[in-house]
Design a protein around this ligand. Sequence first.
Ligand code: IMP
Length: 178
Amino acid sequence: MSTYQGLEILFTREQIAERIKEMGKQITHDLEGEKLVMIGVLKGAAPFLADLARAVTVDTTFDFVAVSSYGKSNRTSGAVKLIKDLDEPIEGKNVLIVEDILDTGLTLTYLRKIFLQHHPKSLRIAALLDKPSRRIEKIEADYVGFSIPNLFVIGFGMDYAERYRNLPDICLMPPDAQ
Ligand code: IMP
């Protein structure tokens, strides 16, 4: 396995770029001739949204929400709270929620529920990573970059206690650094 700054790489920047291009093609195909609002979940989804948005050719705008997260530990508290709401109404629009990882599913289940209350024309989910074995809520993404086992990952937007988001590759969190 290759490393970056001493960290084991799970997916290289090249593998990520290739997969996001494929996801963009699929989304473009599914939304041909439609308008799209990509809603990024701050902060982890920012690099993924930036690349995914440039991989679609449909007429696309962005919005962002922020939810309470794991904070300074990697354990979920179970409670999700919206700490930054949408800037623009999504009623009648094609919405794509863009998230870094679908883990327990608590975050996306909560966001899906509140967005559906705004009556979008359609609502889809894109997750760069999926950890199906960790699921608590019954929810699946429409577009998944990579499905992974129960590993804690960092980089390409994903953090441990707010660090490592700027790693260009998706790396494994070393157990001794937790
Ligand atoms: P869920 O609500 O449990 O599905 O969690 C989703 C959020 O948990 C993600 O957006 C991440 O912020 C965080 N998360 C889950 N697994 C990891 C990981 O392996 N590394 C970094 N953040 C993670």
